[in-house]
Design a protein around this ligand. Structure first.
Ligand SMILES: Nc1nc2c(c(=O)[nH]1)N[C@H]1C(S)=C(S)[C@@H](COP(=O)(O)O)O[C@H]1N2
Ligand SMILES: [Mo]
Length: 197
């Protein structure tokens, strides 16, 4: 069953297409430094930091967790949006419950195999639509788009979703990620055009 979450824009604005964005039917690839090769033995997910139970999933263990398939939109800060992407994966909250995240952990830093990082408040990670995705349109997620495993954040510009994600770190104090340190907006709300800070 495909869950339609293309309605989430209504929390922020009437228009499904955020201001200043152009709709594309392509799915462009955007990466700071190309597609890293991810060793299959190292392709799982580490969950650590301010948690009771650090988790260390292999990719197959991760794919055995309860999963969802969602239809959602994708907004890149450079100005393109792709509607109706079907991502399959695990909802972020599943990790929060399994890891026993501490009450004072308000921030998350995502780590990726290409050295990329990106940060979000924990509350924004728990928003509807945030997935750790390994499937796209019924197929395994292509490597250029972050396969085997990436994060998607349809209520934020897509730089908040780490491709080739390797770790989810829970933090009591905020740390900025790769683009956030380089002048991209920390809040990244597409309907307010929070592109640069
Ligand atoms: N690990 C990693 N994740 C990343 C990036 C990156 O360079 N490295 N680029 C971000 C940016 S700016 C965007 S727009 C999306 C692009 O995803 P796509 O290539 O699947 O379109 O990935 C985001 N996640
Ligand atoms: Mo982007």
């Amino acid at each position: 069953m495909v869950e339609d979450v293309t309605h989430i824009h209504r929390e922020y604005g009437d228009d499904r297409l955020p201001p200043g964005q152009r709709k594309t039917d392509r799915f462009p690839v955007l990466s700071k430094s190309g597609t890293p090769s991810v060793d299959p033995d190292d392709a799982g997910l580490d969950v650590y930091g301010a948690v009771d139970e650090p988790l260390d999933y292999s990719l197959s263990e991760f794919k055995a967790l309860p999963s969802v398939t969602q239809r959602q939109d994708f907004h890149c800060v450079t100005g393109w949006s792709k509607f109706d992407c079907e991502f399959t994966g695990v909802v972020f909250d599943e990790l929060v419950e399994r890891a026993g995240v501490h009450d004072d952990a308000d921030h998350v830093l995502f780590h990726a195999h290409d050295g990329y990082t990106t940060n979000l408040p924990l509350s924004e990670c728990r928003h509807e639509g945030v997935l750790l995705a390994y499937g796209f349109d019924g197929d395994p997620l292509p490597a250029d788009h972050g396969g085997p495993l990436r994060v998607v954040t349809p209520h934020k510009y897509a730089y908040k979703g780490a491709k080739w994600v390797s770790g989810v770190e829970f933090l009591t104090d905020k740390e900025l990620g790769y683009w956030e340190k380089r002048g991209y907006s920390d809040t990244a709300n597409p309907w307010n055009e929070e592109r640069y800070s």
